[in-house]
Design a protein. Structure first.
Length: 143
């Protein structure tokens, strides 16, 4: 089940390969995510050591928790196999490629992050997408 989606990521990047990764969260973060109180806008995935971290993802503090020094934009460790981490690292080293978070998912009662290996779009590619979207809207209006 889709909890939170990064809609801007599909506009900014061309997605080539998707993966689902586990993420280490506190209990109040899980409750907040189940209430869909989070945002992936501006977030990215960074390699630190031999591990991947979700950076700059905003998860609102759960209203009924009493966490005092809670940082909503803290880095969160992703849980992937060594093979998947190596695959991500190799593609991330190529120019123009990035590892981006697409969505928070609820799978089998566990919170997961859908990540993608993606290539950044050029400005003219983005303009073309906007033109196509406008044309489709106009066609729908005519009928």
């Amino acid at each position: 089940m889709l909890l939170v989606e990064n809609r801007k990521a599909r506009f900014e990047y061309t997605v080539h390969e998707k993966m689902v990764a586990g993420v280490i969260l506190s209990g109040s973060e899980v409750k907040s995510l189940r209430l869909k109180q989070a945002s992936l806008a501006g977030s990215y995935i960074k390699e630190i050591g031999n591990e991947l971290y979700l950076v700059n993802a905003h998860i609102n503090p759960y209203s009924f928790s009493n966490q005092e020094n809670y940082d909503p934009r803290q880095s969160r460790k992703l849980l992937l196999s060594k093979k998947e981490i190596e695959n991500c690292r190799l593609s991330n080293q190529q120019k123009g490629w990035a590892i981006i978070p697409l969505a928070f998912l609820l799978l089998h009662n566990r919170i997961k992050v859908e990540i993608a290996l993606a290539k950044g779009k050029k400005a003219y590619e983005k303009k073309e997408v906007i033109k196509q979207r406008d044309l489709q809207r106009e066609d729908k209006r005519e009928y």
